[in-house]
Design a protein around this ligand. Structure first.
Ligand SMILES: C[S@@+](CC[C@H](N)C(=O)[O-])C[C@H]1O[C@@H](n2cnc3c(N)ncnc32)[C@H](O)[C@@H]1O
Length: 294
């Protein structure tokens, strides 16, 4: 085992709350022959990545921020694939930060900046504007991992999320968004019943709509004919209908039943994955904002 692999393995396998979570990016696996075992029937990153890369259609010189980057699967994979775009990873846990930095240095990814900081409500003001914001599975940890004291319980997450996402709408043109529906990851504290996917879609379209984000695509996991996990979009008309005051819940529930979400262990693959476009004006750049440049 070479020294780099040993260092990466040590940083990856700590005992913190979000450790042992993501896949190792494919280019790192290929170069080092190093991978971590992820039970992809419970959760995984490759299906999400396969869905979002063509959907994003990144063009040259675009800027991307990954908020809650963990060990960098998304930010590193995208940065390696798009050397002409610029990326910034925001991550609060020092070992995850060091993991990303080690890969950035070893693979000379000059298009990635790493910010070892949590993006809480106050910190959003300091973010530079980006073409794309990734905010995946972070928001339901508000009140636990960050902004303790601002979220009193699971029912307080909707108004908090609206405040947080409204600020983000001034900081990005597009948002790739996913969240969990147990507050802080605690099954005893549901935000939306984890088995009520239609309820999640309505919760999301409501909160995102109020926050200046228009949902462009919303996907759930399913299996393709070969049995591989893939994300498939809900028909846009159902997403639009979910945002109406009297949504047709039967049609939405029927469409969601077609994903056979009961086949997956746990609740990870029951979480919708979305791409949204900002309808809000661009926020003024504060003097402290750190720029992202190629
Ligand atoms: C559940 S993991 C999700 C990782 C990744 N986004 C994904 O979906 O695969 C949440 C990550 O966000 C980090 N985190 C939590 N709150 C954060 C915040 N306010 N700003 C930046 N990182 C945060 C955690 O340390 C952890 O690595």
């Amino acid at each position: 085992m070479n020294q780099l692999q040993q260092q990466l393995q040590q940083l990856y396998g700590d005992s913190s709350k979000h450790a042992n979570y993501q896949n190792v990016p494919a280019f790192v696996q290929e170069a080092l022959g190093y991978q971590e075992t992820i039970d992809e029937s419970w959760r995984g990153d490759r299906a999400r990545y396969a869905w979002l890369t063509p959907a994003l259609e990144l063009s040259a010189h675009q800027t991307v921020a990954d908020i809650g980057a963990n060990t960098g699967f998304f930010v590193l994979s995208l940065a390696h694939r798009h050397p002409d775009c610029s990326f910034v990873a925001y991550e609060s846990h020092p070992n995850h930060v060091d993991f990303i930095r080690l890969v950035v240095d070893a693979f000379e990814l000059g298009n990635v900046a790493v910010e070892a900081q949590p993006v809480d409500l106050a910190a959003i003001d300091q973010l530079p504007h980006c073409d794309v914001l990734l905010h995946l599975n972070v928001l339901h940890h508000a009140g636990h991992d960050f902004d303790r004291g601002l979220v009193a319980g699971p029912q307080a997450l909707a108004p908090y999320a609206q405040a947080y996402l409204s600020k983000l709408a001034g900081k990005g043109s597009r948002l790739v968004f996913q969240m969990g529906y147990n507050w802080g990851g605690d099954k005893a504290q549901p935000i939306v019943d984890p088995h009520d996917q239609a309820g999640m879609v309505r919760w999301l379209t409501d909160v995102l709509g109020r926050s200046g984000w228009q949902v462009q695509a919303l996907a759930f996991a399913t299996r393709d004919e070969r049995g591989d996990i893939v994300y498939r979009n809900l028909p846009p008309a159902l997403i639009a209908a979910a945002g109406q005051p009297q949504p047709d819940s039967a049609a939405l529930s029927q469409a969601i039943a077609g994903y056979h979400l009961g086949q997956f262990k746990g609740e990870f693959y029951r979480r919708p994955l979305l791409i949204c476009r900002s309808t809000a004006p661009r926020a003024a750049q504060t003097p402290e904002s750190k720029g992202v440049s190629a």
